[in-house]
Design a protein around this ligand. Structure first.
Ligand code: PLP
Length: 398
């Protein structure tokens, strides 16, 4: 059976060019990047070259980048690091209620265990936050705002430039910088990010969403940001993150950034065209299917669909049986399926949340994959609906 992978927002395959670049650092160049001998210096040089590649992609200074073990660690480091180091200025944080769990759970932890107060900004039906809500949420004791760039479930892109302007205006009013963090895990390599123009202090990245392997991430930290380290114990990363560097993973992230820089514009256009073709095909072939997040700017590769009369989990399993890998936005916790917090925040009806699936395209996705997916989905949904008593009842009423 031909397998079609449409879950690139969950993780991406390692690109062959990236694997080629990293392998020597697992084989012969295995030195510790902190060692002074030739092995160590070879590893150090590779780490610094990779740092330069990521810096180049986002137009940052290389020293403003800290390598981490994953995107979740970078999110945690940004939030806890700033919160703990700036408590004398206040204990209020602002975020949105459509963030990834890595941000939401860190906020909850800071609130429950350390008494920080968190304001969660709502989003509208399109999935966008309102600048007025952000303006109103800022207080003299606010120390950090965390707003994701692009959402992992629906692909909606928040107006980060405009948010940065609001946070800066407010910082000027109070005479102290309120830090702005953005989770860019889903946008790096898909959307241009330029820290020379974007007035942010902290940005989170993750290698495995960008065709590098799992186990490497990075945090951009603008110079003069006051924050604590999350991992103590070594002088690595200019004392900002202890721990022996994952040299091969870092090299891979650098190689992935170089590829993204060379290909991003053309690849974004290619993926958007494929995604739009899939979307139009599904909406044309499957009655009572809707797209979540299409009223806002979206990542070019992401398609979040709600299909009435089917259960998203069952659709996922049925598609998997036919060799197509997709995902749902729901989280499985203690055996029960939690409906997507993102779709709930967007005010999507329960029935449509239940029937939601995310298809996320990537470098290996072809037009033939899209056409095969369309054919299988149409057939599978029709079969599932025939077996669904609720769908039959609802149809009888129409
Ligand atoms: N932030 C977003 C928006 C994500 O989509 C993810 C992963 O799904 C993460 C953070 C966490 O990244 P990692 O898997 O590298 O910990």
């Amino acid at each position: 059976m031909r397998l079609i992978y449409l879950d690139h927002n969950a993780t991406t395959p390692v690109r062959p060019e990236v694997l080629e670049a990293m392998l020597p650092y697992l084989r012969e160049h295995y030195g510790n990047a902190s060692s002074l001998h030739t092995f160590g210096r070879t590893a150090r040089k590779a780490v610094e070259e990779a740092r330069g590649r990521l810096a180049h992609l986002i137009h940052a200074e290389p020293d403003d980048l800290v390598f981490t073990g994953c995107g979740s660690e970078a999110d945690s480091m940004a939030l806890k690091g700033v919160a703990f180091a700036n408590r004398r200025h206040g204990s209020h944080l602002v975020t949105t209620n459509v963030e990834h769990q890595a941000v939401l759970d860190t906020c909850r932890y800071l609130a429950e265990r350390f008494g920080f107060e968190v304001t969660y900004l709502p989003v509208d039906a399109a999935g966008l936050l309102r600048l007025d809500d952000l303006r109103q949420a800022l207080r003299p004791d606010t120390i950090l705002v965390s707003i994701m760039h692009a959402n992992n479930e629906v692909g909606v892109i928040q107006p980060l430039d405009a948010c940065a302007d609001v946070v800066r205006d407010f910082s000027q009013q109070i005479g102290r910088r309120v830090y702005l963090h953005s989770d860019c895990v889903q946008s790096l390599g898909k959307l241009p990010i330029d820290v020379r123009r974007l007035d942010v202090d902290l940005l989170t990245f993750s290698g495995h969403k960008l065709y590098a392997p799992k186990g490497v991430g990075a945090l951009y930290v603008r110079e003069a940001t006051v924050m604590d380290a999350l991992i103590n114990g070594g002088h690595q990363e200019l004392n900002r993150r202890g721990g022996t560097e994952n040299v091969a993973g870092i090299v891979a992230l650098g190689a992935a950034c170089a590829l993204a820089e060379a290909e991003m514009g053309a690849e974004a256009r290619r993926l958007a065209a494929l995604r739009d073709r899939l979307e139009a095909g599904i909406l044309g072939a499957i009655p009572e299917a809707r797209v979540n997040g299409d009223a806002a700017p979206r990542l070019p590769n992401t398609l979040n669909l709600s299909i009435a009369g089917v259960d998203g989990e069952s659709l996922l399993i049925n598609l998997d049986l036919e060799g197509i890998a997709v995902s749902t936005g729901s989280a499985c916790s203690s055996g029960s399926v939690e409906p997507s917090h993102v779709l709930r925040a967007m005010g999507v009806d329960k029935e449509y949340i239940r029937g939601s699936v995310r298809l996320s395209l990537g470098h290996g996705t072809s037009a033939a994959d899209v056409d095969a997916t369309l054919e299988v989905m149409t057939r599978v949904v029709e079969r599932m609906r025939q077996l669904s008593p609720q769908w039959e009842d609802a149809r009888a009423l129409r």
